[in-house]
Design a binder for this molecule. Structure first.
Ligand code: AMP
Ligand code: MG
Length: 415
């Protein structure tokens, strides 16, 4: 009975509430800065010195006193400084000082005339009228960006290229990061064969395990792909026993209402608490979310284990991972920015449908124009890997409306 199921928003709120109580399961690690991209900062990053560490020129030109330059006085060239070199002395009155971008500004100077704006002749330099110069122009004061000891970045931030550059500028050769949560990926289904195999009639290759491993890695986890479990209670029991040591369990397939959908009973046999067993979304309606009691073999004995039973169709698995599992994984990884990531775009085509479930339709968004524009990618349902691979986002169709008009501003889930 779909009306008894939580809506997308209700299910998201439930997952977010559980995620907010999670913390990273293992000891903090120390990694080389060169290997830190994608990891989550476990300790704040501090400035080891003022940034910039000296009054710095942002232009090639002439350091001077702005008032003298603006009077268009002919200033005598008192010295020259390049990046990496402290000035040999202060700036004398009535003088200018040749300076390169990134070089320390001599004491006494309060601005830099750009080389393009002056006339330089016979050891003298003059700002060309009608240009004038204000104090502070083309220089950055010492400590303008940060002071020595300031906290620059807090724990929980995911490290990207910008954070690496900042850490490098502060002399961090290594960073403390949270451990990557270990995520068990268990695909179920008698019809699944390994990707190297030639499927017999009725069989298909197991595409979801590798897909989810890629999604787990992108969300900051360490994927642990288990062998496929067949649709038999005892096979599921032993696979779940094995998977229970992971920090998070993803099980795909076997959560619908079919005769061989045996995952929920198998989880129940292990003492699972189910938070929901379906959501009013499409694809992904049979999604299961819950927790298992701590496994006695686990290193983290006091912790319950969250699990997601992802519907078997690959697009259902992919979408429900992005919407619900990724935020839990991010929380286990210590990240404060948990997603899922939505943005607004202009819809390029009509979308027809009836109010029913919140739909997430494969779509392609272009970001090259003035505003993002999104178009549907035709699909043959939630098993259509071709459509998903040709899309780069999912168009969100709210359950109250079911249809959308071309030109409307719509939400998209970024893949
Ligand atoms: P199920 O939820 O087990 O009924 O599976 C729904 C559909 O998804 C079936 O057509 C399955 O063959 C397919 N499916 C399930 N698991 C996978 C997988 N790991 N890779 C590709 N397709 C799958
Ligand atoms: Mg199945």
């Amino acid at each position: 009975m779909s009306s008894a199921l939580p809506s997308f928003e209700e299910a998201s709120a439930m997952v977010a509430k559980h995620a907010s109580q999670l913390s990273p399961p293992g000891a903090i690690e120390r990694v080389e800065l060169s290997c830190a991209a994608g990891r989550v900062l476990a300790q704040p990053l501090h400035a080891d010195r003022d940034q910039p560490p000296f009054v710095r020129s942002t232009r090639d030109g002439y350091a001077c006193r702005a008032a003298e330059a603006s009077a268009h006085a002919s200033l005598v060239m008192a010295g020259s400084t390049r990046a990496g070199q402290p000035p040999s002395g202060p700036l004398p009155p009535g003088a200018a000082w040749e300076i390169m971008t990134g070089a320390p500004v001599p004491a006494g100077a309060d601005a830099v005339m750009m080389v393009e704006h002056v006339e330089a002749l016979d050891g003298r330099v003059r700002l060309l009228p009608p240009r004038t110069l204000s104090a502070g122009e083309n220089i950055v004061a010492q400590g303008a960006q940060a002071h020595a000891g300031d906290e620059l970045l807090g724990a929980g931030l995911t490290i990207g290229y910008a954070q690496i550059a900042l850490a490098a500028s502060c002399g961090y050769a290594t960073l403390h990061v949270y451990p990557r949560p270990r995520v068990a990926i268990l695909s179920t289904g008698d019809e699944l064969v390994p990707i190297e195999s030639e499927p017999a009639p009725g069989q298909i290759r197991n595409s979801s395990s590798l897909m989810l491993a890629a999604q787990v890695a992108a969300a900051g986890g360490e994927p642990w792909t288990l062998p496929v479990a067949g649709d038999r209670a005892e096979l599921l029991d032993s696979a779940l026993e094995q998977a229970a040591v992971a920090d998070l369990l993803l099980i795909t397939g076997g959560v619908s209402a079919g005769k061989f959908d045996l995952v929920e009973p198998a989880l129940a046999r292990r003492g699972a608490r189910f938070h929901f067993t379906g959501v009013r979304i499409q694809p992904g309606k049979p999604l299961v979310f819950g927790e298992l009691p701590a496994a006695s073999t686990s290193q983290n004995q006091n912790r319950t284990k969250y699990f997601f039973g992802l519907p078997g169709n690959p697009i259902s698995s992919a979408v429900t991972f992005q919407l619900f599992a990724a935020p839990v994984l991010s929380a286990l990884g210590g990240a404060i920015d948990r997603g899922p990531r939505f943005t607004l775009a202009r819809l390029a085509c009509d979308v027809k449908g009836k109010p029913s479930l919140t739909r997430f339709l494969p779509a392609r968004c272009t970001f090259t124009g003035n505003a993002p524009e999104v178009e549907r990618v035709e699909w043959q349902g939630s098993g259509d890997l071709v459509a998903m691979a040709r899309s780069n986002c999912f168009l969100v169709v709210p359950e109250e409306t079911g249809s959308l008009q071309a030109g409307a501003t719509v939400r998209i889930l970024l893949a």
